[in-house]
Design a protein around this ligand. Structure first.
Ligand code: TPP
Length: 511
């Protein structure tokens, strides 16, 4: 039998990841073969959750989706462009504070920079979006068990703090062997006490003066601060993926007030920001006002320093002051228009919110519609707001469905659907997912019609270079990939469709 240090090392490495309970996402390749074999051995033994994708771009976003509620996810790729295909998901994870551990297989150092096949500079390829460790090719005389243990510990602990870690793993031939078996190695390992490393810091609080008229802006990913936000008792402007829209102090129609009641808006003199607000110019305009003090509560989504008078705090914010929540809510209700009764964007958002399922929102027009109209029931809604890309939305929703085991409803525009169509690929090993992709087909990027440029260029130019309507068939794509498909045009049919439990693409055509 061939003796392969690569196999010995990866058997220990993947056994360690299994001991930490970390799921593994893998795309096929030759240079990464030892990692693949070790992962498969552990999966066969029922010791590791292993998911396979062909396209590394899609792989990255599915792992990212799983990381949203499931903690650090391990991603395995071969060398070359396979690594580069992870870049969009890596950047999104970096800006959202989501934990990924990349195992990128590479040629050994002596074969780099010489034109060897499938070899590029993978060290630094993701710049400062990752912590990168370039790991020398395993040698026969090394303590490979110890090396694997140390690397896994370090990467899992860093990842739990919301970082993306890249272990760039050099491998020399022979690239794999039949032994050792990673599942057998796992039996000999101590299982770490917990897979979540909680950093215990001295939590103190900062008290702020709430006699100054104050509101809260809750952007994406504010739910970790739910109690703190509720405790302040001031009006909350909660974006649809904030996770705090259901609070008693939430002002659901806040966008209408910001847009059309300058008297009330002018009274605001202090704003506390949670999460990352990205959806409206009116919120950014408020934060930039020179007469408004902005207190930004540090979040997993990194620095948010937009505003004129900004103070960052990384401890809980407390305070008490006069109640003006009901005043805001009353004005907001008065300004919110009546529903049309048609299946328009508002009704689509409301119907999906009321279905009580996990929601994933694509970037673009629909998430903004949800900012105006999403009801105040407690739902968990996710969107990739780290960089607000339209890419990888179907893959992200799939990762969330796999990790949570819950029904997931992804709501996105037609361009966002076509952009990520390859993520419709089904791996039967994923099992039956209660996953629906609801495509609002308005024939291209409707959001661009809100740009000033839409009024200044000819409609031909606008359509050709901005709206870019696609000619493909949504039904054809869905069926080609093995999904059920339904065209829906009224609220009752949508309500019924949302209760179905198989993989389903729902198309709604709007002008
Ligand atoms: C990866 C990526 N490419 C380009 C963009 C720019 N962009 C923002 S919205 C949008 C159009 C989205 O169209 P669609 O999904 O049909 O949604 P609609 O605007 O019609 O609601 C584009 C191309 C982006 N955000 N991300």
């Amino acid at each position: 039998m061939v003796d392969s240090p690569a196999q010995v090392f990866t058997a220990h490495l993947m056994a360690q990841f299994a001991a930490w309970g970390r799921p593994v996402w893998l795309a096929p390749g030759a240079r990464s073969q030892a990692l693949a074999i070790a992962s498969a051995q552990l999966a066969e033994a029922g010791e590791l959750d292993l998911y396979i994708r062909l396209d590394e771009r899609s792989l990255g976003f599915s792992a990212l989706g799983a990381a949203v509620y499931g903690g650090p996810q391990v991603i395995i790729t071969t060398s070359g462009t396979a690594v580069a295909n992870l870049h969009p998901a890596v950047l999104e994870a970096h800006h959202s504070g989501l934990p990924l551990i990349l195992l990128t297989a590479d040629r050994p150092v002596e074969l780099r920079g010489k034109g060897s096949n499938q070899t590029t500079n993978q060290v630094g390829i993701f710049a400062d979006a990752v912590t990168c460790i370039d790991v020398d090719a395993p040698m026969p005389d090394e303590d490979l068990a110890q090396k694997a243990k140390r690397l896994v510990e370090e990467s899992v602990i860093q990842a739990w703090s919301g970082k993306v870690v890249q272990l760039n793993l050099q491998f020399r031939e022979p690239l794999s062997a039949n032994a050792p078996n990673a599942a057998e190695i796992l039996q000999t390992l101590d299982i770490p006490a917990t897979d979540e490393t909680v950093s215990v810091s001295e939590v103190t609080a900062v008290s702020i003066d709430l006699s100054i008229p104050t509101v809260i802006v809750a952007g994406a990913n504010s739910s970790a601060f739910e109690e703190e936000i509720a405790g302040l008792g001031v009006p909350v402007f909660a974006e649809p993926t904030s996770g705090v829209r259901h609070l008693e102090s939430s002002v659901l129609g806040y966008r209408f007030v910001l847009d059309s009641n300058q008297e009330l808006v002018g009274k605001i003199k202090q704003v506390v920001v949670y999460g990352k607000p990205t959806l409206s110019r009116s919120v950014i305009g408020l934060l930039r006002r020179s007469d408004v003090q902005v207190i930004v509560r540090a979040s997993q989504m990194g620095e948010f320093a937009i505003g004129t008078n900004v103070t960052q705090v990384d401890v809980p914010v407390t305070g008490s002051g006069p109640d003006w929540v009901s005043q805001w809510q009353k004005v907001a209700v008065g300004l919110t228009p009546d529903a049309s009764g048609e299946l328009d964007r508002r009704a689509i958002v409301e119907t999906i919110w009321n279905s009580g399922k996990e929601i994933v929102l694509g970037a673009s027009q629909l998430i903004r519609e949800a900012d105006f109209f999403a009801p105040g029931n407690r739902v968990s809604a996710w969107a990739n707001r780290g960089l607000s890309g339209i890419d990888g939305t179907i893959a992200t929703a799939t990762g969330i469905a796999i990790q949570t085991g819950k029904p997931v409803r992804a709501l996105l525009g037609d361009l966002t659907f076509f952009h990520d169509a390859s993520s419709l690929v089904i791996d039967p090993a994923d099992g039956d997912l209660d996953l629906q992709v609801i495509v609002v087909n308005d024939n291209g990027g409707k959001i661009f019609s809100k740009l000033e440029v839409a009024q200044t260029v000819s409609s031909e130019i606008f359509t050709r270079v901005f709206a870019t309507p696609q000619t493909g068939s949504i039904e054809g794509l869905a069926r080609a990939y093995g999904w059920e498909y339904l065209l829906v045009s009224d609220v009752a049919t949508l309500q019924a469709a949302l209760q179905r439990t198989e993989r389903l693409v729902i198309e709604i055509r709007l002008s």
